[in-house]
Design a protein. Structure first.
Length: 320
């Protein structure tokens, strides 16, 4: 068995996913359980409840899930439902469609018995109000390797100087969580769930609910999941790209290197953008890589307890 999850806030979800498989549950059940935990984690301000809203102060959620046989479901622009990953699974299992969006997804969730709730917290409301009151806005950028354990830094301008937002009252982490798993029967599954970019344009959807961009699974070949700047991932169809390279017999580390090299050529790439990947081959061999330093991820296998790794850019972390 193997379980992988993006970022530091994926550590506990990954432990939950692995424990679920150890108890005999499928990889699909496992990644859903891990994702749901993160959606309930109020310290993770980019997934589920307590996440950062868009430019209008509206919190919208995206998610996707995919199994060993290529069955998949996703939702985007969902409001007031705390578990979009489970709604996505219902789309996969109960409809002939792959993606439902906005009001349609919400009506489907209501029909399936999901409960609505207010997902905003005091911390997320505080960040939004700070963003609104600043003339130049509150900028969210990639942290540098020397700036601590948070994935992102909140900056603003004051009297011509750049300052960082005081985070003493914020115990948060930031970015999409992606999970991959291979269960006792060798079945693969993956999941993504996110609130997307902080203060994004109202209506913006990233790569996470897009099958083939943020997530792709082929049980006979492997699975890949992405995190980071969604526009970069969407333009490159990165998850599908990686799995197709595995299909051609390319080793995971070289597939990731090629995917990252492609993103590095994107003319829209700037220094404050990050992309991280996880790949899990059908035989359980895994690899991780990222565009820049600072990417963290969790991994657990039969031979190794759940461990948090730091990925130093494109110098990949092996599975051994």
């Amino acid at each position: 068995m193997e379980a992988l999850a993006t970022w530091k806030h994926g550590f506990e979800p990954n432990r939950i996913s692995f424990a679920a498989m150890a108890d005999g549950l499928s990889a699909l059940d496992a990644v859903e359980r891990g994702a749901r935990y993160c959606e309930d984690d109020l310290t993770c301000m980019s997934v589920g409840s307590g996440a950062i809203p868009d430019e209008l102060g509206v919190l919208t959620l995206d998610a996707s899930i995919m199994d060993h046989d290529g069955n998949c479901g996703s939702v985007s622009f969902v409001q007031n439902y705390p578990h979009p990953i489970s709604i996505a699974r219902k789309v996969m299992e109960e409809t002939p469609h792959i993606m439902l969006a906005g009001v349609g997804a919400e009506k489907f969730a209501e029909h399936e018995g999901f409960t609505k709730s207010n997902l905003m917290t005091d911390a997320s409301q505080k960040l939004y109000e700070k963003w609104k009151e600043l003339p130049e806005g509150l900028n969210v950028r990639l942290r540098r390797s020397e700036e601590g354990e948070h994935e992102y830094v909140f900056e603003y301008s004051e009297n011509g100087n750049t300052k960082k937002l005081d985070r003493k009252s914020l115990n948060e982490s930031h970015d999409t969580i992606g999970l991959l798993a291979r269960d006792k029967n060798g079945k693969l599954s993956g999941a993504c769930t996110t609130s997307g970019l902080a203060f994004k344009m109202h209506g913006r959807v990233g790569d996470s609910p897009i099958i083939g961009a943020g997530l792709y699974v082929d049980g006979e070949v492997g699975a890949a999941v992405a995190t980071g700047n969604g526009e970069l991932v969407m333009r490159a169809c990165s998850a599908f790209h990686i799995v197709e390279m595995l299909r051609q017999g390319i080793e995971p580390e070289h597939a990731l290197l090629e995917a990252i090299s492609r993103i590095k050529k994107d003319k829209h790439l700037t220094d404050d953008m990050q992309v991280g990947f996880l790949v899990l081959r059908h035989d359980g061999f895994w690899w991780a890589g990222s565009l820049r330093e600072g990417y963290q991820f969790a991994a657990a296998t039969d031979s190794k307890q759940n461990t948090l790794f730091n990925c130093s850019g494109i110098s990949f972390t092996p599975a051994s």
